[in-house]
Ligand binder design. Structure first.
Ligand code: NAD
Length: 260
């Protein structure tokens, strides 16, 4: 379905971003990976993506907290692939603390990676997308883009902001072949969430399995995690013709979290 299309997925060396990169590659898209990690492991991920797609895959090391590096990522993708048809803004970090104790530099970093990087990447890809009159911009927000939890001030603010940005870009591109939407996962078992499970297990002196069950029971009525593969499937759907008139939407994949 995506043969001949080119995708940039930020933060795709692990977790949800990797699931999305693999799902897009499985449909034939050329993929630019981005994120941190061991160079050898990243190279083997890149080769795996090439095997999946039967097309070219590349990697760029841009730090999404740095606007100049975000712009360089898009430029490099355009240089290697000739264009960027699909942009998935996925890179994100979490920091948990009550607001009085929230370090100002952590606030700045969470906002820079989880929100501001999407402003920079979107403005970099839009001229090319407008020229071809086709594009898909997918912002990975969160259930925390729709509702809040205590102790996550920066993350909740950034994800609410990302949903606002999604709606604005969708309106500015509404009469074109470019769509912009957000996916709002609930709990997905990735390194980002594993850290929170481990902290809970330590704090409540319980097993990791018991901490997982507690985390799910607090928020996610299905009592089950969503998977990176499922989020990848939603991204593929948003790239399809069936989704051409889905614009400015936030698709919840949260086991019922925000239905409550
Ligand atoms: P993760 O920590 O497992 O993976 C994050 C990826 O981003 C990694 O590839 C990492 O190297 C990369 N990354 C981190 N900082 C970066 C930076 N400064 N520049 C470039 N890359 C960077 O996280 P995840 O759980 O897969 O989360 C991915 C996205 O999904 C995030 O935006 C997160 O907020 C969102 N999300 C996750 C969950 C969940 O339950 N896991 C739920 C809702 C939303």
């Amino acid at each position: 379905m995506l043969k001949g299309k080119t995708a940039v997925v930020t933060g795709s060396t692990g977790g949800i971003g990797l699931g999305i990169a693999q799902a897009l590659a499985a449909q034939g898209a050329e993929v630019m990976l981005n994120g941190f990690g061991d160079r050898k492991e990243i190279e083997s991920l890149r080769q795996g993506i090439e095997r999946l797609s039967g097309a070219k895959a590349a990697y760029h090391e841009a730090d999404m907290s740095k606007p100049a590096e975000v712009a360089a990522l898009v430029l490099d993708a355009e240089r290697i692939f000739g264009k960027v048809d699909i942009l998935v803004n996925n890179a994100g970090i979490q920091f948990v603390a009550p607001i009085e104790d929230f370090p100002a530099d952590k606030w700045d970093l969470v906002l820079a990676i989880n929100l501001t990087s999407s402003f920079h990447s979107i403005r970099a890809v839009l001229p090319g997308m407008r020229g071809r009159n086709w594009g898909r911009i997918i912002n990975i927000a969160s259930a925390h883009g729709l509702v809040a939890s205590a102790n996550k001030a920066a993350y909740v603010a950034a994800k609410h902001g990302l949903i606002g940005l999604t709606k604005t870009v969708a309106l500015e591109t509404a009469a074109t072949g470019i769509t912009c939407n957000a996916i709002c996962p609930g709990w997905v078992l990735t390194p980002l969430v594993q850290k929170q499970i481990d902290a809970l297990a330590q704090h409540d002196r319980m097993s990791v399995e018991a901490a997982k069950a507690k985390l799910l029971a607090e928020k996610q009525p299905s009592r089950d995690f969503a998977t990176p593969e499922q989020i990848g499937g939603i991204a593929v759907f948003l790239c399809s013709d069936a989704a051409a008139q889905i614009r400015g939407s936030s698709l919840s994949v949260d086991g019922g979290w925000t239905a409550q």
